[in-house]
Design a protein around this ligand. Sequence first.
Ligand code: FAD
Length: 297
Amino acid sequence: MTRVVDRLRPGRTVFSVEFFPPKSDEEERLLWKAIREFEALDPAYVSVTYGAGGSSRDRTVRTTGRIAGETTLLPMAHLTGVNHSIAELRQVIGAYAAEGIRNVLVIRGDPPGDPMGEWIPHPEGITYADELVRLVRECGDFCVGVAAFPHMHPRSADLESDTRHMVAKLRAGADFSVAQMFLEPEHFLRLRDRLAQRGCHQPLLPGIMPITTPKVLGMTTQLSNMTIPSAVSSVLDPLAGDPAGFRAAGIEITTKLCEKLIAEGVPALHFYSLNRAQATREVVSNLGLSDGVLKAT
Ligand code: FAD
């Protein structure tokens, strides 16, 4: 199977899309509608999240396997280590291999409950993502991605330790990383610089959530450990009671963010799609999409 990094080439920007595994027949129908719409746009790859602790294990394996078997898309499965023993993790990795999945986004995951609360690692499991990178590597010929945090991980004490641990994941054998959401390109670019200064030149993909509603904007800030920049809130706050106006302005803000990132030579834009195609399609269309490849950089 093609590796994600084989689809990332210098000198051009492509896009990728993230899904979560559906929980009901209706969610499944909507996801597959979105998958078919994205298929026509030929994204570099699509990924499927994994519920921490294995809550979505079977659904993630099934959805990713179905994408591999029934579409022309290149799938990547997420895998979180938290609350799994090494033996259980090996089983999931084996299930991915059996479905023909060779691209895995390796993450530590958050334990259920308070994401900032104390947690005790599984006694026979892993504590941090770098250990899971090594485990997946030992299990076979996988292309491995890891998570990156432009506003640093919320649990990190400071930027220095955050960077050190990020570097450890990359040096453990990761081929690329995908960033959490952000709204100001400078935070992403500074992270890229910090990693390059430490000799880590693996592709770093920006994570983009098209802003369509106040709820989506709230989700972006909650997940990413950032506050809404004044340049964004000054445009969107007055539109809180105007859904169409908010959406149009949000898509424009998202498009401009992507344009700046393309100008900075990012290899791909990774879209958090929320299992819907429309907003991401609008942004990639605004950017001048052609056969899945965005404007030459
Ligand atoms: P780690 O890299 O292990 O880092 C976690 C924290 O520990 C950081 O503060 C880090 O600095 C610190 N740390 C790392 N190593 C050490 C060490 N040796 N000593 C001390 N401290 C250390 N969650 C899901 O449940 N399912 C998903 O599918 C999913 N997909 C995601 C995809 C992306 C692109 C991103 C950005 C996040 C995703 N998440 C997902 C959320 C993720 O699980 C959480 O952000 C989690 O808290 C961090 O995982 P990690 O792999 O970055 O952890």
